[in-house]
Design a binder for this molecule. Structure first.
Ligand code: MEV
Length: 318
């Protein structure tokens, strides 16, 4: 029997990095997914295959998570180890990951993979609720990225457009808005954990400046919430560009990203980094009037695609 689950990637409209320090973020899931297919196998091993690499380990060697290579696979082995222990199972398992989400560019591929693996592996023995999947996915991600706020995994599990903060969690935003974004990929990959650490170092050296930037971010998010309620796309775009200026101040933009942002701002309602930065992707807010022109311009300097909000979140496919 195969157990198949899929989970979407995400974009952050407002609040990345600041969310790690308790500020609210606004984010949505996108129409690109990771699909995890799990099955029990006769060999007493755990095997994980993806287009980015393969890894396997003997069932009875499952304690040694630190030796797992490549390192990004560690959370998946954590999930399997925990599942087997809690369910008192000892079968071999193979998990195959297929991804539509570019990796390492801020679109939430690591979180979506943890969500899909947690749902798919558990689905072999008895499906988990969304809340249970979220809990194990966040725990798993924290085995390699301790400061993880949980925002990316939450939006991947529940889908839609939402706000998230570390103390009160996920809140769906019931928006009538049909928001359209162009995602532009700089091609500069990053390691989220390293960029988050870089911001932590910045914060430690500039405590009062960072506190002030958090206050500015909170104000942007208050205004963005009103703009979303009123479907004020002009204001929303301006706030996104303003948010990008704060991200520049904490040092997560790059020359290429700023070039892409400046280009996007000529025709779109507003643009910013999405996710950790240090390269990665930008998002530009567009509608029918400026989508084509913005896309044409951005395509000259980056890989672009148009995205819609995904409303389904985690799906059990089989
Ligand atoms: C990464 O997509 C978002 C960050 O805010 C990290 C996090 O929230 O865990 C940079």
């Amino acid at each position: 029997m195969k157990s198949v689950a899929s989970a979407p990637g995400k974009i952050i409209l407002f609040g990345e990095h600041f969310v790690v320090y308790g500020v609210k973020a606004i984010l949505c899931s996108i129409d690109k997914r990771i699909i995890a297919t799990s099955q029990c196998i006769d060999e007493k091993i755990i095997k994980i295959k993806s287009s980015l690499g393969e890894s396997s380990m003997k069932l009875d060697a499952l304690e040694g998570l630190d030796s797992i290579s490549p390192k990004f696979m560690k959370p998946f082995f954590y999930i399997i180890q925990k599942t087997m222990k809690e369910r008192n199972e000892s079968t071999g398992i193979e998990v195959v990951l297929e991804s539509q989400i570019p990796a390492g560019v801020g679109l939430g591929s690591s979180s979506a993979a943890c969500v899909a693996v947690a749902a798919s592996v558990n689905g072999l023995f008895g499906k988990l609720t969304r809340e249970e999947v979220l809990k194990i996915a966040i725990e798993a991600e924290r085995t390699i990225f301790e400061q993880n706020s949980g925002a990316d995994a939450s939006i991947s599990v529940f889908g839609g457009l939402a706000s998230y903060d570390r103390s009160t969690g996920f809140h769906n935003i019931l928006s009538k808005n049909n928001l359209n974004f162009i995602i532009s990929n700089s091609g500069q990959t990053h390691n989220t954990e390293e960029v988050v650490q870089q911001v932590k170092n910045f914060k430690e050296k500039n405590e009062s400046l960072f506190f002030n930037l958090c206050k500015q971010e909170e104000e942007i998010i208050r205004n963005a919430t009103v703009a979303l309620e009123k479907n004020n796309i002009n204001e929303l775009g301006l706030l996104m560009s303003k948010n990008h200026e704060l991200l520049k101040k904490i040092g997560v933009s790059t020359e290429k990203i700023d070039l892409m942002i400046n280009e996007a701002k000529l025709t779109s309602y507003g643009a910013k980094i999405t996710g950790a930065g240090g390269g990665g992707c930008t998002i530009s807010l567009v509608d029918d009037h400026n989508r084509k022109k913005t896309l044409n311009n951005l395509q000259k300097i980056s890989d672009c695609f148009i995205t819609r909000i995904d409303h389904s979140g985690l799906r059990y496919e089989q």
